[in-house]
Write a new protein. Structure first.
Length: 576
C-alpha cells in the first residue's frame, strides 16, 4: 500500500517490502464461496450521450447492506464479467468523468445487464461528496472536493485493474546519487520480470501509516514512505487532508491539479503535501507529486519528496508505471567545516533517489504496452577486427549483451541517464570486475546511441590501473604486473576493511612485502608486482583470531583470485 525507502544517518540505502500472505488467503476464501453460488454477472457499459462503449469502468456487485460481493473492470468494448460470491442486490458502476450509477442487479438464469452512464461536462461539476470540516473554507472548496471524488474514482480503477487482470511485466529499478548542484554522481539499475498484481510491493498497512506518518524509525534507520492509490483511496487519508484546486502549470496543458496538505500537523510526525494531476480531456489520472514535511532544515533544502505516475491502457487497465523517492543522504565527499574543526562533524548532504518503472506489460487479452526508453547499438573490435562472443555490460546495471559474429550488439529499454560500457573478462570476473573501454554515453527516452568499443588487452588494463602516464604510447610502456585478490564470506559477501600482509617470493625467498586493506568490494589490489616473483603468500588479519594464510602462484601480467575467509578457523584458499 506504500512504497518505502530507508535512510541511515551515516549511509543511505533503501528497501521495498512485499507481503503476499493476505492476498493468498483472500483467493482461497473467495474461491470457496464462489463454488457455492457459481454465478457471473455480465453486461456492458456505454456513454448515454454518444452510445459509445466505456472502457475502464469499475463494476462492483453489492449485497443488500452495501457490502462488496465482487468487482471488475470493463474492457475496451465496454464489456464486463464479474463473479459474485453471493446473490447481489445492486450493481455500482464508476468511471472518472462520468456520474456514478447504482442499478438493480439482474435476476433469472441470464444475468446480463446494459448500463448507461452520463458524462460530466467538467471534472469540477459538483456531485454527492463528503468534506473535512477542520479544513479552512475556500472559494474553490466545492470544486476541489468534486475533483477529489473524481480522482478517487480514477485511483480505484488502478486497484481493481491489478486485482482483476494482472499483467506480465518487466520492471526496472534504480538508485541514483545526485550532488547538491544537480550532477548525477552514480546510477545503478536492476531488471526483473514477473506475473504480478502490483508493480511495486507494499511496505505498510493503512493502520500503520496512520500511526507513524510517512516516516518511521527502526533501530536507528529512518524509513520513508510514499503514497500510492491504496493510501489515497482510504477514508482515513480523505479525513486527514485538505484539498484545493492547484495553480495552473504551463508545462501541463489540459491538466487539472488537485493540491492536498495535512489538515493538522503534529510535532515529530513526517507528513506529505503535493498535487494529484488529472487529464481533463482524456479523463484519467496522470501522476501524484509529493513533498515531505517536518524534516530538518538541512534536509528540506534538498526538496525531499517523490512522484508516482499511472498509465491507462486501451483495454481500460490502469497501472502504476513509474515511481521514485528523493531524500537527503550523506555525501561520500563529506569534510569538516571550520566550526567542526573545534566541535563536531557535520557531513555534507547529497540527493539519494530510489525508484523504478515498468518497461513493458502484457495482459491475457493480448494487450501489450512498452515504455519509451533508450537503446544502444554498438560494435566491439580487437586489433581493428570484429570481436565476436564478447560479453558487453553497462557498469552498475543488469543491462548486458553478447556480440554476434560481426562483433555487433544491441541493448534496449535503457532508463534515462549516463552509462559506461564495459566488457567481460574471465580473470576480472573472478574478482567482480569488468574491462573498462573508455566509452560512455547518455540515454534519453526514445534515444538510439551508436558506439564502438575496442577490447583492451590485459596489458592495457594493468597499465590503466598501475601506470604513471596514461598518454604514454603502448610501445614505450614497461611491463607492469598486478595482483587482485577478493575476500569473501561463506555466503559470497565481500569482506571490506580487512588488513592483509602480502609477500612476493621466488624460490622460497621473499623479494618484496606489502601491507594492504580491502576496499568496499572486498578487493586487495597490488600494483607493480616484482618481475622476479613467481609466487606469493597472503596473511589476513581477523580481529584477534589466527591470521588467514594462503599460498598462491603468480601468472603473467594479471593474477586474480577470490578467497573465502572463515569466521572461526583458517581455511585453505585455492587460486582459480
Amino acid at each position: 500500500m506504500l512504497f518505502g525507502m530507508k535512510s541511515r544517518r551515516a549511509r543511505s540505502h533503501s528497501t521495498v517490502h512485499v507481503s503476499r500472505l493476505f492476498p493468498a488467503l483472500l483467493l482461497v476464501s473467495t474461491g470457496f464461496v464462489h463454488e457455492l453460488f457459481a454465478q457471473d454477472i455480465r453486461g456492458t457499459v456505454h456513454d448515454s450521450a454518444s452510445r459509445q462503449p466505456i472502457a475502464g469502468a469499475v463494476v462492483q456487485l453489492l449485497d443488500a447492506s452495501g457490502q462488496s460481493l465482487g468487482r471488475g473492470m470493463t474492457n475496451d468494448h465496454g464489456e464486463f464479467r464479474v463473479a459474485a460470491r453471493a446473490r447481489p442486490s445492486e450493481i455500482s458502476v464508476k468511471r472518472i468523468g462520468f456520474r456514478p450509477r447504482l442499478v438493480p442487479a439482474p435476476s433469472g438464469t441470464s444475468p446480463i445487464v446494459d448500463i448507461a452512464m452520463a458524462p460530466l461536462a467538467s471534472l469540477l461539476d459538483p456531485i454527492q461528496v463528503s468534506d473535512v470540516t477542520k479544513c479552512p473554507r475556500r472559494s474553490d472548496r466545492a470544486a476541489a472536493v468534486a475533483l477529489w471524488e473524481q480522482a478517487r474514482t480514477g485511483l480505484l480503477a488502478t486497484v481493481v485493474s491489478r486485482e482483476a487482470n494482472p499483467a506480465d511485466v518487466r520492471r526496472i529499478t534504480f538508485r541514483r546519487i545526485i550532488s547538491r548542484d544537480g550532477h548525477l554522481r552514480s546510477q545503478t539499475v536492476g531488471i526483473d520480470s514477473a506475473r504480478t498484481d502490483r508493480a511495486f510491493g507494499a511496505a505498510l498497512t493503512i493502520a500503520e501509516f496512520l500511526a507513524r506518518g510517512f516516516k518511521s524509525d527502526s533501530a536507528g534507520v529512518d524509513v520513508f514512505y510514499g503514497p500510492d492509490a491504496d493510501v489515497l483511496l482510504s477514508d482515513e487519508f480523505a479525513a486527514g487532508y485538505c484539498f484545493r484546486i492547484a495553480d495552473r502549470d504551463a508545462t501541463r496543458p489540459g491538466q487539472i491539479g488537485l493540491a492536498y496538505s495535512p489538515a493538522e500537523r503534529s510535532r515529530g510526525r513526517t507528513e506529505i503535501e503535493g498535487t494529484l494531476w488529472v487529464d481533463s480531456i482524456a479523463r484519467r489520472i496522470l501522476d501524484i507529486d509529493f513533498a515531505y514535511l517536518g524534516l530538518s532544515a538541512r534536509a528540506m533544502a534538498l526538496h525531499p519528496g517523490g512522484r508516482v505516475s499511472f498509465q491507462t491502457m486501451p483495454n481500460g487497465m490502469v497501472v502504476l508505471d513509474r515511481w521514485f523517492i528523493r531524500l537527503a543522504g550523506v555525501s561520500s565527499d563529506s569534510v569538516m567545516t571550520v566550526r567542526n574543526l573545534v566541535a563536531e562533524r557535520e557531513p555534507l548532504l547529497e540527493i539519494h533517489e530510489r525508484g523504478g518503472e515498468i518497461a513493458r506489460a502484457a495482459w491475457p487479452d493480448g494487450t501489450r504496452w512498452s515504455a519509451s526508453l533508450g537503446t544502444v547499438r554498438g560494435r566491439a573490435t580487437k586489433d581493428t577486427l570484429p570481436a565476436p562472443g564478447v560479453s558487453v555490460r553497462l557498469e552498475g546495471t543488469d543491462y548486458s549483451a553478447i556480440t554476434d559474429s560481426a562483433g555487433a550488439f544491441e541493448i534496449h529499454e535503457l532508463l534515462p541517464g549516463p552509462y559506461d560500457l564495459r566488457l567481460g573478462n574471465e580473470r576480472l570476473a573472478r574478482v567482480g570486475l569488468l574491462l573498462p573501454t573508455g566509452v560512455s554515453f547518455t540515454a534519453s527516452r526514445g534515444s538510439r546511441n551508436e558506439v564502438t568499443a575496442a577490447v583492451p588487452s590485459l596489458e592495457d588494463y594493468t597499465w590503466s590501473v598501475c601506470g604513471d602516464d596514461p598518454k604514454r604510447r603502448r610501445a614505450e610502456r614497461p611491463i607492469l604486473r598486478m595482483l587482485i585478490v577478493r575476500l569473501l564470506t561463506r555466503d559470497d559477501r565481500p569482506v571490506a576493511g580487512s588488513t592483509a600482509t602480502v609477500r612476493f617470493r621466488r624460490a622460497g625467498s621473499t623479494v618484496a612485502k606489502s601491507d594492504v586493506t580491502s576496499g568496499d568490494g572486498g578487493r586487495l589490489q597490488l600494483c607493480r608486482v616484482p618481475e622476479t616473483a613467481t609466487e606469493f603468500t597472503i596473511a589476513v588479519d581477523r580481529d584477534g583470531l589466527p591470521p588467514f594464510e594462503f599460498y598462491g602462484r603468480l601468472t603473467d601480467v594479471l593474477t586474480t583470485m577470490s578467497l573465502v575467509i572463515a569466521s572461526v578457523r583458517a581455511e585453505s584458499g585455492r587460486p582459480r
